[in-house]
Design a protein around this ligand. Structure first.
Ligand SMILES: Nc1ncnc2c1ncn2[C@@H]1O[C@H](COP(=O)(O)OP(=O)(O)OP(=O)(O)O)[C@@H](O)[C@H]1O
Ligand SMILES: O=P(O)(O)OC[C@H]1O[C@H](OP(=O)(O)OP(=O)(O)O)[C@H](O)[C@@H]1O
Ligand SMILES: [Mg+2]
Length: 282
């Protein structure tokens, strides 16, 4: 399987971190290598620009990739977005200079110049509104153009809003929400290897925010402890080799742990061990 990963920018590091967490470690010999073998021998990474990944995956030679939803829409490529990877979250907005006095897209004058690198999204957005604008294609650093008098508005990614603020801009409309997605060529969505990759990524995300809890409980306290201990199905209970003591373990939400541990101790639990979960395949 060839899997396209961002070669730069905001998505590069979280994508490689996710793949490592799933167990797919790049075995790159050379930093500049664009084809990288991995610890999953059947998976090779292709390092590509995020905006190019939808086209590359649509070609079919590369089965799958990680890129932003905005680039999938912009490309118009026929790829399946099988997972929202929850990073690279932002939204595409139309923004204008605060000093322009414009506060809605409707107030933009006919023929207003809109600078963006998302030309197709912009064209479709304004066409649907029936708003005549002049779209100016740029490749980046869009936010500086209005104050230079080169554009009346921009259509670009906003996350915290800092870049807009710094350039005296105000968002006046949200065009779409975006985040990193696992995109797969439609021919390979049902392939065993794709299913394995999706299962392991889902397993990693399901494990986030959960911990394993192991504890020892004297037999006469077992009932009281079990009423306090949450579980996905039910806690596991095994009798220790000696003494009238049980070992109990369960998967619990991480955020309830501080109160839970105190309640377990009060109910009679002891030797409470808390461990992380690498993956939780449900
Ligand atoms: N500040 C941000 N916060 C969250 N996601 C972002 C942010 N900037 C970009 N993204 C998302 O990351 C993806 C790739 O954008 P990225 O910035 O990494 O590359 P690029 O913008 O194409 O290149 P460049 O950064 O050189 O302009 C896009 O889907 C975009 O929506
Ligand atoms: O709303 P904010 O939090 O300010 O983020 C939005 C900015 O981030 C990105 O910039 P750029 O692509 O240059 O940053 P990156 O290299 O980290 O992706 C994007 O193009 C915006 O300019
Ligand atoms: Mg960027």
């Amino acid at each position: 399987m060839l899997l396209a990963v961002p070669s730069k920018g905001r998505l590069q590091e979280p994508t490689l971190k996710l793949l490592e967490a799933v167990g797919i470690r790049p075995l790159a010999s050379d930093e500049r290598a664009l084809v990288v073998p991995t610890s999953w021998s059947v998976v090779n990474l292709i390092r590509a620009r995020p905006e190019d990944i939808p086209h590359i995956v649509e070609s079919g030679r590369v089965w799958a990739g990680v890129t932003g939803h905005d680039y999938v829409v912009e490309s118009g490529s026929n790829v399946a977005e099988v997972l929202d990877l929850e990073f690279g979250r932002g939204k595409l907005v139309v923004a204008v200079l605060k000093s322009s006095g414009v506060s809605t897209v409707e107030e933009l004058p006919p023929g207003a110049r809109v600078a963006t690198k998302f030309v197709n999204i912009a064209y479709n957005y304004f066409a649907e509104l029936g708003k005549r604008v002049r779209i100016i294609r740029v490749t980046g650093s869009v936010e500086v153009l209005p104050q230079l008098g080169i554009a009346d508005a921009i259509l670009d990614v906003m996350a915290t809003g800092t870049t807009l603020e710094v350039h005296g801009l105000r968002p006046i409309a949200t065009v779409l929400e975006t985040s990193a997605r696992l995109v797969v060529n439609p021919r390979y969505v049902e392939h065993e290897l794709t299913k394995k990759l999706v299962t392991f990524i889902r397993g990693y995300y399901a494990a986030q925010g959960r911990k394993m809890v192991f504890l020892n409980v004297p037999a006469d306290k077992l009932e009281a402890v079990l009423t306090v201990l949450p579980a996905m199905e039910a806690p596991s209970v095994t009798r220790l080799a000696k003494g009238d003591v049980y070992e109990v373990f369960s998967v619990v939400p991480e955020d309830v742990l501080p109160d839970l541990v105190m309640r377990l101790k009060e109910a009679g639990a002891r030797d409470i061990v808390i461990t992380p979960i690498e993956k939780l395949i449900t």
